[in-house]
Design a binder for this molecule. Sequence first.
Ligand code: SF4
Length: 283
Amino acid sequence: MKISLAKSAGFCFGVKRAIDMALKTSLSHKNVYVLGDIVHNEDVVREIEKTGIKKAKRLSSGKNKVFLIRAHGTSRQVIEKAKGLGYDIIDATCPMVKEIHRIVEEMDNRGRKIIVIGDKKHDEVRGIIGHAKQKAMVIDDKKNIPLAAIKKFKKACVVVQSTQNTEKVQEIVAILKKYIAELEFFNTICNPTRQRQEEVKKMPGQNDVMIIIGSKNSANTKRLYQISKSLNKKSHWVSQKEDIKAVWFKNAHSIGVTAGASTPESTTEKIISYIQALTSLTR
Ligand code: SF4
């Protein structure tokens, strides 16, 4: 059985950087708080919790406490609130997400309507819209474009959640261009996401079965899975080896494996070893 691992599988630089910053902060500070999960992966979250960093649902008094901002970033309101409560702030927002915040602030100040293409409930998107003073519009699918509102926009700007699917975004932008006379489009899908998506477009045709590794709450893993599934029905999204079923590999000669940006190498290695053992047993 041939098992091929995507070159782009696993941590992107933004996730690596956020984890490194969290580990360093845990060594130099006590009472470090993060709002939600540091990245969308259970294994990473467990490792970070072992360092003593605490996950908070909301911010309370920040005296002698550190507020660690996650790779996904956060809104201006949350940062102001944390400062007001007395927290020291360590900002692990990915530089690519910071750039989206900068564009939104600039365009907002220039009086343009702000449109974000992304998942309404995702933390990154919540953070992005929280950098505009106006109420930004979020579009998650071409079927859900609020045309009545869009037709009233004369000048607008579009930014994109960093892990969106390129084709899906282009379809939405093509529709928006028909209705908005002055539309500035910033394709803010990050490079690691683009590379991963390019690779996952090739692998499903070259392999009998595709395995996509990542947490069920990982937006970029979901996108990889959707692309793979559209090209090869035998695509499976797993977060741990227990999710794998031997029947998937029946009559298969080649397996392609990729992993989301927040999936640790150790998780991917464990899953590949498990598949190797499973497929050698069933042969
Ligand atoms: S997926 Fe892209 S934007 Fe998100 S943390 Fe990684 S590099 Fe940064």
